[in-house]
Structures are given as C-alpha cells and as structure tokens.
Write a protein of this length. Structure first.
Length: 155
C-alpha cells in the first residue's frame, strides 16, 4: 500500500512539473520569428525577455534578400535610435502583464522609424503582436524560432 501511495505521489509531482514546463513554453518569452503581415515572409528573429519585471524584445538576426544591406541601420528612426544598427536593437519596450496579455509598452517598426503602442499575447502557440495608434491597429503573428543555439568551439 505504501509503495502504491509513493508511486501515486511521484506521478502527481511529475504531472505538475511537466505542466509547469509546458506553461513556460507557451509564454511570450523566448526567440520568435517575425512574419511580415503584408508579405508573409520571415523578417527577423526577436529575443523576447524580462528585465526588471517588464518585457522587452531585441532583434538578434535579420533575414535579408539578395542585394539588400545585410547589416542595415535605422535611417528613419529618431533620437537615440537614429542611424543605429537594426540587429541588436530593442524594438519591444516595457510591456507589463495583465491577465495573460502584455501591454502598456511600445514597439518600433525600424523600416518606418516609428513607435506604436503595443500588446502581445500567445494564442495557439503563436505570438500575436498588435501595434496601434488611436483606433487604427495592425497585428502580426510571430512563430517560435527553431534557431539552434550557437555551438561551442572545442578548446
């Protein structure tokens, strides 16, 4: 009987740990492949992370077509972002969480050099990214990146 009780407890703990890991996978954090809502093409990989209780997103890789500048700068941006490299740029700024949605922050469109209010949430395993000004909005759907980690070089 004790053996059966231990087995049951082990099973319950395993299920709780597995569901906790699964819930983390469904969160907004991690690497996401951005998909242009107008062309349907992948544009970049954005690393979404938490810093001081707020969510940020940084471009870590760009996908460029033949003939395009492989390492562009944000020519249309203003202020501190003017003429800065797009790769490495923080484009999601200061989101806070409420009921599974991250909002009260902003997102940068480096091609237009404009900041928009934004909110993001996960739906069906995909990141919904909604940028808006007043009553006008646009939503992109980003997918989890399958980018492998950079292999370590042997010493």
């Amino acid at each position: 009987m004790k053996r059966l009780l231990r087995l049951f407890c082990l099973l319950v703990v395993s299920v709780v740990l597995a569901s906790s890991a699964y819930a983390q996978d469904d969160g907004v954090l991690g690497k996401w492949k951005t998909i242009d809502d107008e062309t349907g093409k992948a544009k970049s990989i954005v690393d979404v992370y938490v810093e001081d209780g707020k969510v940020y997103g940084k471009i870590i890789e760009l996908f460029r077509a033949e003939g395009e500048d492989p390492d562009p700068v944000c020519e249309k941006c203003k202020g501190d972002y003017k003429d800065k490299k797009v790769t490495g740029m923080v484009i999601i700024d200061g989101l806070t969480e409420k009921d599974g949605t991250w909002t009260n922050g902003k997102i940068l469109d480096p091609e237009k050099g404009k900041w928009y209010k934004t909110k993001v949430w996960v739906e069906d395993g995909k990141l919904q990214v909604k940028g808006y000004i007043a009553f006008l909005s646009r939503t992109q759907v980003w997918v989890r990146s399958e980018t492998p980690e950079t292999p370590e070089t042997p010493e």
